[in-house]
Design a protein around this ligand. Structure first.
Ligand SMILES: [Zn+2]
Length: 127
C-alpha cells in the first residue's frame, strides 16, 4: 500500500501552487521582452507581480483551482486586469517552449471550459 493521506501539500492545492509559481515567471518574461529589463523587473511589473500574488493568496477557490483566466469572479481591479491580460497574451504562447506541459494543460482547460459554457447556455435555452 503506497497511498498516504497525510501529505504535507494537499493535492487540491497543486494547481494553485503552480499558478503562484508561474505568474512571476510570465511577468518576468513579459517585462524582459517588452520593457527591456535584464535580471529584474521594472516598477510597473513589480507592482503587478505583487498584486497578482496577493490576489492569488486571497483567492476563495484555492482548492481544486483552475486558472485565474477561467474564473468567473475576476477579482482583479480593471487596470490590473488589463495588464495581466497583456502579460498572458504575450507570455502564454512563449510558455510552450519553456513550460510545455503547463501551456498545453492551460489550452486544454480553456477548451473544456468553453464547451461547458456552451452546454450551460444551451441547457438554459431549453428550459
Ligand atoms: Zn516591466
Amino acid at each position: 500500500m503506497k497511498e498516504r493521506k497525510t501529505n504535507k501539500k494537499p493535492k487540491e492545492l497543486k494547481a494553485w501552487e503552480k499558478e503562484r509559481k508561474l505568474i512571476p515567471v510570465m511577468i518576468r518574461k513579459y517585462c524582459r521582452g517588452n520593457h527591456g529589463t535584464r535580471g529584474g523587473l521594472c516598477e510597473e511589473c513589480t507592482a503587478l507581480t505583487e498584486y497578482a500574488l496577493f490576489r492569488l493568496e486571497k483567492c476563495p477557490f484555492k482548492v481544486n483551482k483552475k486558472f485565474c483566466s477561467l474564473c468567473k469572479i475576476h477579482c482583479y481591479k480593471p487596470d490590473m486586469r488589463e495588464k495581466i491580460k497583456d502579460v498572458m497574451k504575450w507570455s502564454g504562447p512563449r510558455m510552450i517552449f519553456t513550460h510545455p506541459v503547463f501551456a498545453f494543460r492551460h489550452v486544454f482547460q480553456m477548451i473544456n471550459y468553453k464547451r461547458k459554457l456552451k452546454k450551460e447556455a444551451k441547457a438554459k435555452a431549453d428550459v
